[in-house]
Design a protein around this ligand. Structure first.
Ligand code: UD1
Ligand code: CA
Length: 463
């Protein structure tokens, strides 16, 4: 059985981060998650993540979906792999893939092709490498006639070795039994006083085992992030890749400024994404929509022909031909059905809004079930929270809600019910009834004159 160990225990000092480096995000997911995905894409599901610095963050994120091994003290990449020894011993036959949790662009194809070479050549270890114009910071690959000679770290390298442009990606296939034996031979005798995993190459050769490199044609597979600047660079590469993919699928961009789209977002052909729009998570958008400018959409399903302008929407479903914006907040668990119109300064939360209902301005609809073709007057509030618990409003088809109505939940408006502007509705309204809650208007003639006298007739006192 082939298995995977991902190293995610290091601190990443230069990031000045409060969380472990592999948890820092490229687009909308942690770098660690990119690495796990590449493994799973290559059909590898037996995965152990080595945690260390602030391990609780990694544990929380992985949420028991993967095995973990704690590296209590960070003594180097070789030491990190040692922590997964009991995991590896469960299946000593087969191979173990080692990867760094902070190099997100390793891909399934490279992993699979490297394994093919590894098995065909019966190597003890196969290192994934690439040539970089700027190899600084990476371990350099020293080759011999029949394969690898060694990997030498930047800090331990001579000037001549530093000139080598082929570098170690930190991705290796090991024969599991060989790896377990080689780990026992590592020492801390190097510039950083660490157990270097890279020293296993020399040890393997000493035993007469085969070690070779699988050189990737795409140097990006190597890219890791040691600094915030590196992280930005990774984000830029990832962002452009995702945009390119959508353009190939017929998505339209007139300008890509401020557009950031997560890896898992799906968008239909002929949809236009306008500047300042961030699409995250498992968001799915249909065809012929206009999304943006300035939308933030997370984990939403959006139909065809939808127009969203300056909308923030989370964990919700928006059906075909909905128009929303500007300045609209759709909070989780909302469902806007076909043809709904939502206008400026409206918030919808945990509510269903029926076909062709209009909520045009300055309105809060929370914990409500709203029917079809309802008209909300400006400034309607569903008063869903009494300070103790949240309760629901039910609003029937074809209701007409007057401006500035307060609907005190739990309350139900029947089909075609009307509410008069300014009413606070505390009782259920029957079908086709009008609810009016208003005190009689009192008129006090001349009331303001006394107050306004000095303003209106400034000289009257002096005379
Ligand atoms: C390592 C390689 C280098 C390679 C580079 C690729 C070694 C000695 N060097 O260097 O040849 O070019 O990766 O990016 O292996 N980690 C732990 N525990 C530790 C130390 C590190 O879990 O004690 C994890 C880190 O979280 C990280 C990965 O191992 O995900 C790599 O560690 P890092 O310190 O970044 O190694 P490099 O010095 O970059
Ligand atoms: Ca690194």
């Amino acid at each position: 059985m082939n298995q995977v160990v991902i190293l995610a225990g290091g601190h990443g000092n230069r990031m000045k981060a409060a969380i472990p480096k592999p948890m820092l995000r490229v687009l909308d997911v942690p770098m660690l998650s990119w690495v796990i995905r590449a493994c799973e894409g290559a059909g590898l599901s037996r995965i152990c993540v080595v945690t260390g610095y602030k391990s609780q963050y990694v544990e929380m994120y992985l949420n028991n979906r993967y095995r973990t091994a704690l590296q209590a003290e960070q003594l180097g990449t070789g030491h990190a792999v040692m922590q997964a020894e009991s995991f590896m011993r469960e299946f000593e036959d087969g191979n173990t893939l080692i990867l760094n949790g902070d190099a997100p662009f390793i891909d399934s194809e490279t992993i699979s092709n490297a394994l093919k070479l590894h098995e065909a050549e019966e190597n003890a270890v196969t290192v994934v490498t690439a040539e970089l114009e700027q190899p600084k910071g990476y371990g350099r690959i020293l080759r011999s006639e029949n394969g690898l000679a060694a990997i030498v770290e930047e800090k331990d390298a001579t000037d001549a070795q530093r000139a080598v442009k082929e570098v170690n990606s930190g991705v290796y296939w090991f024969r599991t039994k060989a790896l377990l034996e080689l780990l026992g031979g590592l020492s801390q005798s190097n510039a950083q006083g660490e157990y270097y995993l890279t020293d296993t190459i020399g040890l393997a050769l000493e035993k007469g085992w085969k070690a070779d490199a699988f050189q990737s044609e795409n140097p990006d597979v190597i890219l890791g992030a040691n600094t915030r600047k590196d992280l930005l660079h990774l984000n830029e590469i990832a962002r452009q890749r995702v945009l390119d993919r959508h353009m190939e699928n017929g998505v339209n961009f007139v300008c890509t400024d401020g557009i950031i789209i997560g890896n898992d977002v799906e968008i239909g052909a002929e949809t236009t994404i306008l500047p300042g729009t961030i699409l995250r998570g498992k968001t799915k958008i249909g065809s012929r929509c206009t999304i943006g400018p300035n939308c933030l959409i997370e984990n939403c399903t959006i139909g065809d022909h939808v127009t969203l302008n300056a909308v923030q929407a989370y964990e919700s479903e928006i059906e075909d031909a909905v128009k929303a914006g500007p300045y609209v907040h759709i909070r989780p668990n909302s469902h806007l059905k076909n043809g709904v119109k939502i206008g400026d300064f409206v918030e919808i939360k945990n509510s269903t809004v029926g076909e062709q209902t209009a909520v045009a301005h300055l309105t809060y609809v929370g914990d409500s079930d709203v029917g079809k073709k309802v008209n909300f007057g400006c400034g309607t509030v569903t008063v869903n929270y009494d300070g103790m618990k949240k309760q629901r409003c039910v609003i029937g088809d074809n209701c007409f809600i007057g401006c500035n109505t307060n609907l005190i939940a739990p309350v139900k408006l029947g089909k075609g019910a009307y509410t008069a502007a300014g009413s606070t509705v505390t009782k259920d309204v029957p079908d086709y009834a009008l609810a009016v809650e208003r005190a009689d208007l009192q008129m006090k003639e001349g009331y303001s004159l006394k107050k306004l006298k000095s303003k209106l007739f400034p000289d009257s006192d002096k005379k």
